[in-house]
Design a protein around this ligand. Structure first.
Ligand SMILES: [Zn+2]
Ligand SMILES: [Zn+2]
Ligand SMILES: [Zn+2]
Ligand SMILES: [Zn+2]
Ligand SMILES: [Zn+2]
Ligand SMILES: [Zn+2]
Ligand SMILES: [Zn+2]
Length: 1746
């Protein structure tokens, strides 16, 4: 071989063994390998533009991978790999998540929420039964199964358990033989080196010299790269312009670029590619500012880069077989080249990451996952390399424009959250400092000249990338070390110091000054700073927790932090001083005013210090503080900044900062919001508590007064006239009092008060539930989350609240337990203003209902910790007394306006706190030891003046003020408390304090009687008040009825109707009537005068056929609700369809529904025109399609698309005299002969040339010559009805609508199929309603909704009129075809096979069309009542017999049925009948079936048909049905049906009775070859009763569905990118939604897979479940849809759309049932219309592409 290279042509055909052998002989494998690749690779990757991927892959395997594997193993690799398969099992699962995949975390067992399991591992783990969370991965993470550090318990799933069957220890221990390892050591370094070299190769035109072994060709590619600036459409546009290509080609390129990150879009000579490059750049620059990234690459460069990635995947596969391989690979990656400056290979890759395109990154990250991250020891080495280059990597990421999920920096979470690794990285590499210093290096661009951050004009994207670094800080701190080494302590402190540097830049950042005069011009950016606060919240808390690990560490940290705060406060210390005096107390402080000077809401240093102080208090180490902060503690300085911040909040509330715009209001909101408050507001309150406990109380209060700028307001002599100023002062005073209440009263922080974390959470929950009962998610949202996203809610909620389950809608809620109500504190510091007033209102209301007083005193607070105990002295200091007394004095002074009721309430609250404190202390210690003398101070007179009063006297006065009636109970409570404390003081002087308790109870009793009287008086007053209100209400109601007459009338009209029907049933007169609908004994039709009110003009009108039409709003829709053949291809356009016969499978029908609202036809037309007009002027998307006649019902807003004319039922009565003789004459046989004679007559007439022939084959032999053409008329005729033109017009309109929608064709008033569609919708609508009633177990007549009742009535009467208003010849033509099914000797060419048609449709059609036979020489007669009663009877009997045959022929012999007595008459008849039949079918139907079985099957099978027939004849004729059909008695139903329909209960008697007439028919039916063929196709034959449709069965556990979704593969595309699997709830198909790959074109428009599926599956209407989001969507047609609550609930009775909360979800059967009914009631369209009407704003979604 020349030059040591084998020729490529040889390679292709020779055995892979040969190159392997040959490599073996070479000394330097690397060079040899490269030489080989230089030859082979460009050959294989030649056709980049249009590669044959399969062939390419095959060539790689054959010429490269197989030889490599041979070389590695020294024998057949397939055998070797098979052997290894079982031995190299991972300890770890390590499955890498794709974007959109579901991950699971266990809240009980995971070390932190970043520890997740893949679906398979989860399903096989113990955590399945724990409290787990489901989440949707953004891609890039991997499964932690098998990582013992990630789980407290259950680290392995069954398949990754170390000792699991199949992985015996033997296998684990004997991995590879020495030779293979030696080979791997030889091969892997070369492979990885080639991969790295090619991946980071930068030359566009040249290859590295080792690879330049071929003659260089002149083939280049123009390669386009993905970026985040350009939208899909931009790229397509640019490509189309630059390459002059078709849209489709541009789309293909763009999709590939989006997925892979780069793609060759043009091949050719260098110049041509260069030109294309410039074109693309300039075109893309035109549409957006940035040009696209394009390169021109030499074809061989491209080929090698492609192959390098493929080699990476190969390496992945090989490594999955053995731990040794992985280790060898890692070693090769970590090896630094001797004498080279370069970092090791893996670091070079890392550092290059930000420059790589998407596809390359993905493969390289997977390579890291499958090597380093699978071997704990090497993961550590990798982490160390990662930290070594951390700064650079983060900086590259920040200037990169790709998503974080595909950045190498996203791997940090995999390393930093591992506890041992984190500790190692802190100890060895000082990672905390590395991260904080990285932050300090990337943030300076935001520093202002004071060295504080200022984020004005920041870029959200760029700052968002900085957050990722902050996040790393969280990961590294997330698990607190249990063991502290000296080195760890040192490194941590260094990190903490470095972190304080960041906080220093934040302390006081974004200062603001109050705007006076003019409003600010632009609202400053505030979001960035607040977002950083949110990011930092838990990090700050974790730092504090780490510091608190031991006293020493905490004290040092405290010192550092204190120093940092002081350094930031130098400005304050140097300013000038002022002196304030009050009540003989003096304070000297710095001059500063929040309302004039600069102020900032950001004080993380001060707040960290407050946090450390609390922890110091908890450890009991405050006493050692002086050792560390000896001088200069300067508590006033510490308090200063948090105090300013609270004053700022007060001034914002007082509207003093109005002109500073909305940004400030937002900041103040977040300052107190649950997302930030722990490290903002709460800590400021704590800092004030520190101040209050360390400072002299009077001085402290003076400082507070001064900072609130209220010293003047408490000057006695002040008198303000300006109302605005009064209001401002009052608000400020209220705000200040509230803060004072918090300082003294809020002790629910462990370390401030003696409380546990659980107690704190419980108290938060109690106060939330005092506002109102809340669902779980709302409570959770209002509680702060810790670093593990836990709120601690579940562990305590059941102690304070009870869960109330949800109904069919809504969600479950928690209600507070009664015993927790006593903990309610009106001035709970986390209440917002509205929450405060809501809670106060609720609690007062509750107490009133319980007949209790309305006082809401504070609950006794827990004890302060010693470090804070002095804070209570604030209550009984002189200044506080002065403040309280001043407020009370102003309240009793009629001239003063400087007080409010709210202010008084707060003052009462403070009084109550003081008294409670003294009482508690007195109960604990001997009186003389209690120095807290609140009672004494409050009893002192305010001054020595004559009119001086003490607080109790003032309270007595307040009690008498009528406007303060609402406060009376509270004043009473306080006065009583004064009494109690007084007694305690006095008592204990005499006796020991122990008895004081019982005494106060006695005292309580005395006042109790007084209270009782008072309460009685109040109750009486309340009663009178209620009476008054009731009177007002009824007056209002009257008024309401008048103004809303429209609605009231029509609803009362409807309900009135229902009543009247029911009444008639119960009147005795009716009982005398025959309740038989068919035949000579037919009962009278019950008709009544109908006077209806038009909902539009409110005028009444009687419904008469000669009057102008009144109409019912209605909606016609196609439906598959009854289908027995789901997904049967539907003809999208019915141009050529013949709808006369309905298929037996009812695959799709036309349903007519109505909301039951009545209008004048004229009024409706006007309304519709008005809607049309207004929509032309509207811009927004229309809710409905006016073109196809859609509108919303003016009253109830349901979607309608037509109107049904209301036509009165014609009264018909049969007089018995006429029937007797006729009964003798008109036998079935004679009737048939008469009918046939009539038909023959028409036929002959037509044959004479009057009309084209009707397709009738007529057997002359059957005709009886005595019967002639006119004899049908001799049984009785009457003249046809004459409808008003208005009614005719509406009949035509409605009939055309049914035709148009039912067949999906353009309207055509003359189409011959219009009558067919009328009959079809009548039959189908009845079947749908019957099916629904049966499904719900309701009686046939008793339970119809008004809208169903009115709709059916109008529909049947319309159908009668429809015949009269169209051509009788046409109707005859249809009739004859229908009759050909059931009349002997009448056969049209197209008579269908008996088994393939629905006979109820035939019944409806023949009955409605039959009168057309009476049409004679242009005179339209119709049968008299007697004639028609016979017509109905015989038609019904014939069709019923046909249906019986249908049922018996298709009987399912496999069904288990309850046996009734063998020898029943019916059973015998059945047996003999079937014996007869089987003769005709030549054995096709088995005769061995027992008679009873036949009979039971027949009865079950025929009932739905009988029920439909009863509904039909009832609404056609108005004959009252038997009582049994109104009640829910299944027993009597069958007999009642038979009686109403004139059938013998033993249906076989029909055949016996008509045997001679029917026998030829039976013969004809049974010998029909089509029927015999049908019978043989056992699987497709429709059986009776038809099965009732229901939505598909769903699993109880939602994760099962997710599991299904994870296995879902798009049928059209092979890639594994994120898909949106959507489940059709009608048929269970899983579809690939919202994806181009599965779009279809319908009528030239692109529609998504779901919409396309819906067309077939639900005739356009469908219900889907978006599996990954747990959302149900309803869709209709192409452009409409809406979301609907999914039937899955978590244990708290809540749905979780989007799986945001991730709690386990289970199926709610009630809700699923409700969804089922929405479908079966044909209400999907209505739901969509309603939701669109209410959510007009949310219109963004393009339903068409679903
Ligand atoms: Zn897994
Ligand atoms: Zn596993
Ligand atoms: Zn668990
Ligand atoms: Zn009207
Ligand atoms: Zn309506
Ligand atoms: Zn479906
Ligand atoms: Zn697809």
């Amino acid at each position: 071989h020349k030059g040591g290279v084998i020729c490529i042509s040889e390679v292709i055909d020779i055995s892979p063994f040969i190159p392997a052998c040959w490599w073996d002989q070479q000394i330097d494998f690397y060079t040899t390998f490269l030489n080989y690749l230089a030859q082979v690779v460009p050959e294989i990757y030649f056709a980049e533009m249009d590669p044959d991927l399969e062939k390419q892959e095959e060539s790689i395997q054959r010429s490269i991978f197989t030889p490599l594997e041979w070389y590695l193993f020294g024998e057949d690799p397939d055998i070797c790999l098979e052997k290894l398969k079982h031995s190299g099992a991972f300890q770890l699962c390590g499955k890498v998540f794709k974007s959109g995949e579901t991950t699971y975390s266990c809240r009980d067992c995971a070390i932190d929420p970043t520890c997740v399991l893949c679906m398979d591992c989860f399903q096989n783990s113990v955590h399945k039964n724990h409290r787990y969370k489901m989440h949707t991965s953004t891609g890039g993470g991997f499964c932690d199964c098998g990582d013992t550090e990630a789980w407290k318990t259950g680290p392995f799933c069954i398949s990754h358990e170390p000792g699991r069957a199949g992985t015996t220890k033997e296998n684990l221990r004997c991995p590879l033989n020495e030779e293979v390892i030696a080979q791997a050591r030889k091969i892997f370094p070369s492979v990885i080196k080639y991969i790295v070299e090619m991946t980071i190769w930068e030359e566009e035109k040249e290859l590295p010299p080792e690879l330049q072994k071929r003659e260089k060709n002149d083939r280049y590619y123009c390669v386009l790269f993905n970026d985040e600036h350009h939208s899909y459409d931009h790229v397509i546009y640019s490509l189309q312009r630059a390459l002059d290509c078709e849209l489709a080609e541009a789309q293909v390129h763009t999709t590939a670029i989006d997925k892979e990150g780069r793609r060759a879009v043009k091949a050719g000579a260098f110049a041509a590619c260069q030109e294309a490059k410039e074109d693309i750049k300039s075109h893309s620059e035109n549409v957006s500012q940035h040009p696209l990234h394009v390169e021109v690459l030499h074809s061989e460069v491209m080929a090698h880069q492609k192959f390098a990635l493929r080699l990476g995947s190969w390496m992945n596969k090989i490594m999955s077989y053995s731990s040794d391989f992985r280790q060898i690979f890692c070693q090769a990656c970590l090896r630094e080249e001797p004498g080279s400056e370069n970092p090791c290979l893996i670091s070079r890759l890392m550092l290059w990451d930000a420059k790589l395109y998407k596809g390359a990154r993905k493969i390289l990250h997977e390579l890291i996952f499958s090597s380093f991250f699978m071997e704990m020891e090497y993961k550590k080495f990798f982490a160390m390399e990662f930290v070594k280059y951390y700064k650079q990597l983060q900086k590259d990421y920040i200037s990169d424009d790709h998503d974080r999920s595909i950045s190498i920096t996203a791997l940090s979470v995999q390393m930093f959250t591992v506890p041992t690794l984190a500790r190692h990285l802190i100890e060895e590499q000082n990672v905390i400092s590395v991260i904080t210093e990285t932050l300090l290096e990337v943030l300076p661009e935001y520093l202002d000249r004071n060295n504080k951050f200022n984020f004005q004009g920041y870029s959200q994207d760029k700052l968002g990338r900085v957050y990722a670094v902050i996040c790393d800080l969280k990961y590294i701190l997330i698990s607190k070390p249990t063991v502290w080494t000296e080195r760890l302590r040192m490194q941590f402190l260094e990190g903490f110091r470095s972190f304080l540097k960041i906080l220093t830049c934040m302390q006081g950042m974004e200062e603001i000054r109050r705007q006076v005069g003019q409003h600010i011009e632009v609202d400053p950016d505030w979001e960035a700073a607040i977002a950083i606060q949110m990011q930092l919240k838990n990090i700050l808390l974790m730092f504090q927790e780490w510091c608190a690990c031991d006293e020493e560490l905490l004290l040092v940290a405290y010192k550092e932090c204190h120093k940092a705060v002081m350094r930031c406060s130098t400005g304050f210390k140097s300013s000038s001083k002022t002196v304030i005096q009050l009540c003989g107390h003096t304070l000297e402080t710095k001059s500063y005013k929040v309302s004039e000077d600069l102020v900032s809401i950001h004080l993380p240093l001060s707040r960290t210090l407050a946090g450390l102080h609390v922890r110091l208090s908890r450890l009991g180490a405050v006493s050692r503080l002086h050792e560390f902060v000896p001088f200069d503690f300067q508590v006033e300085v510490l308090v200063e900044y948090p105090l300013r911040c609270l004053v700022l909040v007060a001034q914002v509330v007082a509207e003093m900062w109005r002109r500073n715009g909305l940004s400030l209001i937002s900041q103040v909101f977040y300052y107190q919001d649950v997302k930030c408050r722990e490290e903002m507001y709460d800590k400021d309150i704590i800092m004030l508590q520190i101040g209050a406990s360390l400072m002299d109380p009077n001085k402290f209060l003076l400082l507070v007064l001064h900072r609130y700028e209220l010293a003047d307001a408490f000057n006695k002599t002040i008198s303000i006239k300006d109302q605005d100023l009064v209001k401002q002062y009052n608000t400020l005073i209220e705000e200040m009092l509230q803060v004072l209440i918090y300082i003294v009263g809020e002790r629910y922080v462990p370390g401030v008060g003696n409380v546990t974390k659980e107690e704190v959470t419980m108290r938060e929950i109690i106060h939330l539930l005092c506002i109102e009962p809340m669902p779980h998610s709302a409570i959770a949202k209002n509680l702060p989350e810790n670093e593990n996203n836990e709120t601690g809610l579940e562990s305590v909620i059941n102690k304070v609240a009870t869960f109330k389950k949800p109904g069919v809608s809504g969600h479950g809620v928690y209600e507070l337990k009664d015993e927790s109500l006593k903990d309610f504190n009106m001035y709970f510091y986390h209440y917002s203003k509205t929450q405060h007033s809501k809670a106060e209102h609720m609690q007062k209301k509750r107490r009133k209902q319980e007949n209790k007083d309305e006082a809401l005193p504070p609950p006794p607070p827990p004890e302060f910790c010693p470090a804070f105990s002095k804070a209570v002295n604030l209550l009984n200091c002189d200044i506080m007394m002065y403040i309280l007394r001043t407020i009370f004095e102003r309240a009793v002074d009629p001239d003063s306006n400087l007080w409010t009721e709210g202010m008084l309430q707060m003052a009462f609250h403070i009084l109550a706190l003081g008294l409670l404190e003294e009482k508690q202390q007195l109960q604990k210690c001997p009186e003389e030891e209690v120095m807290f003398d609140f009672y004494h101070k409050a009893s002192r007179l305010g001054s020595s003046a004559m009119n001086a009063q003490n607080i109790q006297m003032l309270l007595e006065k307040l009690k008498g003020i009528p406007q303060l009636e609402g406060q009376k109970d509270m004043i009473m409570w306080i006065l009583q408390m004064f009494d109690t404390v007084k007694r305690l003081r006095e008592k204990s002087c005499l006796i020991v304090a122990t008895t004081s308790g019982s005494d106060s109870i006695k005292n309580d009793e005395i006042t109790h009687d007084k209270e009782k009287a008072e309460r009685k008086r109040k109750a009486e007053a309340a009663r009178l008040h209620r009476q008054k209100i009731m009177a007002q209400m009824s007056a209002l109601q009257k008024n309401f009825i008048e103004t809303h007459k429209l609605m009231y009338d029509s609803t009362s009209e409807m309900s009135g109707k229902e009543d009247s029907i029911m009444e008639e049933e119960s009147t005795p007169a009716v009982n005398d009537y025959s309740r038989i609908a068919l035949g000579p004994k037919r009962g009278p039709s019950i008709t009544e005068k109908e006077v209806l009110t038009c909902i539009l003009c409110q005028e009444e009108q009687e419904v008469k056929i000669e009057n102008n039409a009144m109409v019912l709003s209605a909606c016609v829709q196609k439906s598959t609700a009854l289908t027995q053949h789901r997904g049967k291809p539907i003809e999208l356009s019915g141009e050529t369809m013949d709808p006369l016969f309905m298929d037996a499978d009812l695959a799709y029908g036309t349903y007519t529904g109505s909301c039951g609202h009545v209008m004048h036809a004229v009024c409706w037309q006007k309304y519709f025109e008005a809607v049309q007009l207004s929509s032309q002027q509207r811009i927004h998307v229309d809710l409905f399609d006016l073109e196809s006649g859609e509108y919303l019902c003016p009253l109830c807003k349901s979607l309608c698309n037509t109107v049904i004319p209301i036509i009165p039922l014609q009264h018909q009565k049969i007089s018995s005299e006429n029937t007797e003789p006729l009964a003798q004459l008109l036998t079935l046989e004679r009737w048939i002969q008469t009918v046939l004679a009539r038909i023959t007559g028409y036929n002959m007439k037509h044959a004479k040339g009057e009309n084209p022939t009707i397709p009738v084959l007529f057997d002359q032999g059957m005709g009886d010559s005595t019967l002639e053409f006119h004899s049908i008329l001799s049984y009785g005729v009457q003249s046809s009805l004459n409808y008003s033109n208005s009614i005719k017009e509406m009949v035509l309109l409605f009939a055309t609508t049914i035709y148009r929608i039912g067949l999906k064709v353009p309207p055509d008033e003359t189409d011959p199929r219009i009558p067919m569609m009328t009959w079809s919708t009548c039959a189908f609508t009845i079947q749908a309603i019957e099916n629904l009633l049966g499904d719900e177990g309701k009686p046939l007549f008793g339970a119809l909704q008004n809208r169903q009742h009115n709709g059916l009535k109008a529909l049947m009467q319309f159908a009668i009129a429809q015949r009269i208003t169209c051509s009788q010849v046409l109707i005859q033509k249809h009739l004859i075809r229908l009759l050909s099914v059931v009349l002997p000797n009448l056969q049209s060419e197209a008579t269908p096979c008996l088994l393939s048609i629905d006979l109820f449709h035939v019944l409806v059609g023949t009955v409605l069309a039959f009168p057309s036979l009476y049409w004679d020489d242009a005179v339209d007669l119709q049968p008299s009542p007697v004639s028609s009663s016979y017509n109905h009877l015989y038609l019904f009997h014939l069709i019923t017999m046909a249906h019986m045959l249908q049922i018996l022929l298709t009987i399912d012999t496999g069904l288990p049925l309850a046996q009734i007595q063998e020898e029943s008459e019916e059973a015998r008849s059945a047996s003999s009948f079937l014996a007869e039949i089987s003769q005709y079918t030549s054995g096709c139907i088995g005769c061995g079936i027992p008679g009873w079985y036949l009979w039971v099957s027949l009865k079950n099978g025929i009932i739905p048909y009988l029920r439909c027939a009863a509904l039909f004849f009832h609404y056609l004729l108005g004959v009252t049905p038997p009582e049994e059909l109104f009640t829910n008695a299944a027993e009597g139903e069958y007999n009642a049906l038979c009686s109403y329909l004139s059938l013998p209960t033993n249906l076989f008697l029909l055949f016996q009775k008509y045997w001679d007439t029917v026998r030829p028919l039976l013969q004809r039916w049974c010998t029909d070859p089509a029927l015999l063929y049908c019978l043989k196709q056992k699987s497709t034959v429709v059986r009776y009763p038809r099965k009732r449709n229901s939505l598909i069965e769903l699993p109880d556990d939602y994760s099962c569905l997710l599991n299904q979704a994870s296995h879902f593969r798009c049928p059209r595309s092979a890639d594994d990118e994120r898909k949106h699997p959507v489940l059709c709830l009608f048929c269970g198909a899983i579809l690939c939604s919202q994806n181009i790959c599965c779009q279809e074109v319908v009528n030239g428009e692109e529609v998504g897979a779901c919409i396309f599926h819906a067309l077939h599956c639900g005739a356009g209407v469908c219900i889907f479940l978006k599996i990954r989001e747990c959302r149900v969507v309803l869709v209709e047609g192409k452009a409409r849809g809406c979301a609907y609550p999914a039937p899955y609930l978590d244990e708290y009775g809540e749905t979780d759309p989007g799986l945001k909360r991730g709690n386990p979800l289970h199926l709610s059967h009630e809700r699923y049932r409700k969804l089922h009914l929405v479908w079966q009631q044909h209400c999907i369209i209505e739901e969509i219309a309603r939701s669109q009407e209410t959510n007009q704003m949310l219109f963004g979604f393009n339903w068409q592409l679903l």
